[in-house]
Ligand binder design. Structure first.
Ligand SMILES: Nc1ncnc2c1ncn2[C@@H]1O[C@H](COP(=O)(O)OP(=O)(O)OP(=O)(O)O)[C@@H](O)[C@H]1O
Ligand SMILES: [Mg+2]
Ligand SMILES: [Zn+2]
Length: 277
């Protein structure tokens, strides 16, 4: 529109009004007359308003669904802490049952995972020899729960050893993201948590009282914060070893609801041992 013809109208509103013609056609829904602007097809202003409100609502719903998914479903990929990165993609499909024990344990793990996504809140313990697939199966359980939970659940895999290392590192590095409190909050907030390789975090520091106290304190805060939420623990320790390493209150909380949910590897071969010498 040129300056010249703008001046022939007192305002933009007047200009638009001039171009809008009320027709004799009536909206069957609203009973009002349709309006034609700029000689275009007549429209009902009420219908347009309703359509605009609907689009706006849908946009808000989509945005909030995306935010919700990011804050639940995406946790597993975003916040998990791995020592062994290959575990990121561990699934039931990629777990090969090579004998009776692996076959049984794979089935047990899958059954428990199914109960988790339906809301069970007992803890599960994987125990036994190294390289038998404890971490692999626990991650596979998280993947299943993450995919099938409705509503979504916050699933999290955390290598305890690596977690403790990062927290300790944060004591001397003020820029670190992995502060003790932030990590405790993260692990407490997860709806389903894998604490991977319990016991490994104490291995190098058994003679260091402070570090052991620190480990106990951190574990305590996590386990206490998860009294009503399920935790899957993987470990090479048996219950006797655990009793030597951790205090009894902590152990009894880690074993909460774990009766019938202890998955043992006693016979399976170490899948990492491919080199003979
Ligand atoms: N049955 C299996 N089928 C396919 N891959 C397997 C199987 N068992 C183990 N693996 C693979 O072997 C590697 C070691 O397994 P995993 O880390 O789960 O062992 P682990 O029992 O947790 O050992 P550790 O006690 O040392 O932590 C992983 O890369 C895992 O994906
Ligand atoms: Mg492991
Ligand atoms: Zn209408």
């Amino acid at each position: 529109m040129t300056q010249a013809n703008m001046t022939t109208f007192s305002s933009m509103g007047d200009f638009l009004k001039e171009r809008m013609v009320t027709t004799d056609i009536v909206c069957p829904t609203h009973g009002c007359n349709l309006v034609s602007a700029f000689d275009r097809e007549p429209i009902c202003m009420e219908c347009i308003k309703i359509e605009k409100d609907k689009l706006e609502r849908e946009m808000i719903e989509r945005a909030s669904a995306e935010y919700y998914k990011k804050n639940t479903y995406n946790w597993l990929g975003m916040h998990s802490i791995f020592l062994d990165e290959t575990l990121k993609h561990a699934t039931f499909d990629s777990y090969q049952a090579t004998d009776d024990e692996t076959e049984l344990n794979k089935q047990l793990a899958l059954n428990i995972a199914r109960r988790y996504y339906k809301g069970a809140n007992n803890n599960t313990i994987f125990t036994g020899k190294a390289g038998t697939g404890k971490s692999h199966l626990s991650m596979a359980m998280l993947q299943v729960v993450n995919e099938h939970s409705d509503p979504y659940r916050k699933c999290l895999f955390v290598s305890l050893d690596e977690l403790m290392r990062r927290i300790k590192d944060s004591f001397n590095n003020k820029q670190s993201y992995y502060t003790e409190q932030r990590m405790i909050d993260l692990l407490t907030e997860a709806d389903l948590l894998v604490l991977d390789d319990l016991g490994a975090e104490t291995g190098a520091v058994t003679t260091d009282r402070t570090a052991t106290d620190f480990t106990t304190r951190t574990l305590y805060a996590i386990i206490n914060g998860r009294m009503n939420k399920p935790t899957i623990i993987t470990t090479n320790l048996n219950s006797k070893d655990m009793a030597k390493m951790y205090d009894s209150k902590l152990i009894s909380r880690m074993f909460r609801g774990a009766e019938g949910h202890v998955i043992k590897f006693e016979k399976t071969n170490d899948k990492r041992r491919t080199i003979e010498f």
